[in-house]
Design a binder for this molecule. Sequence first.
Ligand code: PLP
Length: 380
Amino acid sequence: MIYLDAAATSAVRREVLEAMWPYLTGDFGNPSSHHGVGESAARALADARATVASWLGCRASEVVFTSGGTEADNLAVKGIAIASPRGRHIVTTPIEHEAVLASVDYLARQHGFTVDVAPVGRDGLVDVDAFAALLRPDTTLASVMLANNEVGTVQPIAELAAMTRELRIPFHTDAVQAAGWLPLDVGSLGVDALSVSGHKLGAPKGIGALYVRGRIPVEPVLHGGGQERGRRSGTENVAGAVGLAAAVRLATEHQAANALAATTARDAFVAAVLAEVPDARLTGHPSSRLPGTASFVFPGSNGETILLELERRGVVSSSGSACAAGSEDASHVLLALGYDEDVARTAVRFSWGPEVDAATLASVAPAVGDAVREVAGLRR
Ligand code: PLP
């Protein structure tokens, strides 16, 4: 099987599992306990926090461990918006992950927030001028993802965040898909909050982190024992945090070289698919995109059926986001990019990690051609 659905999730790396193992067995203590086993868990948690902080270029105290990307997004959006004395206005985009969109929707329904959505172009890039025009003195939060999970477009986050900084508006970015591919230095990005998720980069499902700049108040979403400096109650997932830190170390070791190699392989793959299927269109931005994502529409075909045909040929891919897979709705991302509903339903996303080499990827393009022709009833 060739697994090309890394944007949905990735396998746990052996080194990650080995790093976690002691904290599930011998050193299984609760970090809040005042005995040796607890203290050793607390030390491991502190070390993991320091690793994540150095990855993000922030202070350890600014890292909140969460159960994943969804919780990090919920905490950023709801937590910052509700705690802010500025007002009740949010600016976001129509192509955010559901974790952001549904949190914003909750704030509108339950807390009287008004929401403005900055438009995106056909390439998935946010219209920078339209974004700037939506910012108001009472804007509480702007949230724009670093890289899109369906089409892979990478946004000019530093430029957008600079606009909000001038107006002292907190800026959150969902970096779940960018993690492992792009540098996530929060100082260079200029963001006040940033979400990551472990299972997209070789750590297990159920661990993630939110960076929140020290001076920004956050209203917790989970109340209880006051862990994570009161921002996220609940006994800490020590083994998960250790696993996330191990995955971060692996991902950052050769990040630039991995991204470069994957970009070259991706471009060759895109060209090969377009040569196989002349009607196909690459979705998202041609160059400002994730190294490990290539997504297409195949007008006149059917995305779900192509997926089945590809799986019969040993290639696992996805019609878009894993959350939306199987739902009747066309992708909200492709609709926001201006695709018609019937074309949006023909989407197939291929996504991979650094372990997938160029030769493997190249071998998939003919399978894509075969699958699309099979669906069209046009066998070679
Ligand atoms: N944000 C983006 C951009 C994602 O792609 C995902 C997962 O697909 C999430 C958030 C949610 O992360 P998690 O699955 O860790 O809850």
